[in-house]
Design a protein around this ligand. Structure first.
Ligand SMILES: C[S@@+](CC[C@H](N)C(=O)[O-])C[C@H]1O[C@@H](n2cnc3c(N)ncnc32)[C@H](O)[C@@H]1O
Length: 277
């Protein structure tokens, strides 16, 4: 009989400060440990080569937030926090030249797994790096995008936005989706208990899960809508649109705290469309 391995104790959920280094370390560890579950749970909804912006199911085919689909051909695109690179695979299928970047080795292994079985023609380079230090020369990309990648998890979003601005060519566009800031005022529950305000919208203290030694194992950072606008502008980008996708009737699927019930009443996602001059 193999020795019984004691189960790791549940991390403690709290609100406390978490700096750039601690947040990055926690994110990398959490996504490495949880990538398998994430892809098992959400892989079908995301599809192998669709570009889905959010749990509401908004698809780039209809949203065209990056520009008209037919204009993507030949463009260099950076996807940040790409996970298993589903969005990048869709971009490649449109004739773009995407690079999929993620902090998590295990998420990128899923990208490799899907690519190995993929029958489409598109192949996507994968890069493991932190969004706060992009390993690319200035002006390398025409477009950048991020579907819930990196920005909800970083302690210094302006640093990421400045990096994106640096690697974009003049006139380049960056579109990113994050949890809608108003959600931070409510419990992260899909049912009716997620409809009553339980915290201050103005409390920017990060949500942290920590282990027995007090080390962060998961971190999310809250920015108000105004903070996000100031972050974008402060990084030298222009905000050209802020999209709040409505919950569509066809989507009956819950995703954590995102559900048809809550989606019909309060926004769950904010998508920032930015450009550099
Ligand atoms: C919610 S998942 C989204 C993945 C993919 N865009 C999707 O829609 O499935 C967040 C991703 O961001 C990545 N991530 C978190 N912090 C990051 C950072 N600082 N730099 C780069 N990637 C990061 C995680 O590893 C994870 O793959």
């Amino acid at each position: 009989m193999p020795p019984e391995v004691p189960e790791a104790p549940e991390p403690e959920a709290t609100r406390r400060a978490a700096d750039v280094t601690e947040s990055s370390r926690a994110s990398r560890g959490w996504w490495d440990r949880n990538a398998d579950d994430y892809q098992r749970e959400h892989g079908t909804f995301l599809g192998d080569d669709r570009f889905v912006w959010c749990p509401e199911g908004l698809d780039e085919v209809e949203a065209e937030l990056l520009g008209p689909v037919e204009s993507l051909k030949g463009l260099d695109v950076l996807e940040i926090g790409a996970g298993a690179a589903q969005c990048s695979r869709w971009l490649a299928a449109q004739g773009a030249r995407p690079v999929a970047l993620d902090l998590s080795h295990r998420q990128l292994q899923h990208a490799r797994r899907i690519a190995a079985d993929y029958t489409g023609s598109a192949s996507v380079p994968l890069v493991q790096a932190d969004a706060g230090t992009l390993p690319f020369a200035d002006g390398s990309f025409d477009l950048a995008c991020s579907a819930y990648g990196a920005l909800p998890f970083v302690a210094d979003p302006v640093r990421v936005l400045r990096e994106v601005r640096r690697v974009l060519r003049p006139g380049g566009r960056f579109v990113f989706s994050v949890t809608h800031p108003i959600r931070w005022a409510f419990p992260d529950e899909p049912g009716p208990e997620g409809l009553s305000v339980s915290a201050s919208y103005f409390d920017r203290t990060p949500y942290v899960e920590q282990d027995e030694q007090g080390r962060a194992v998961y971190v999310e950072h809250h920015r108000t809508v105004g903070d996000r606008v100031r972050d974008v502008v402060g990084a030298g980008l222009r905000l050209v649109d802020l999209v709040e996708p409505e919950w569509p009737e066809w989507n009956t699927q819950e995703w954590g705290g995102w559900s048809p019930l809550r989606g019909s009443l309060i926004p769950g996602t904010a998508i920032f469309v930015c450009e550099r001059d």
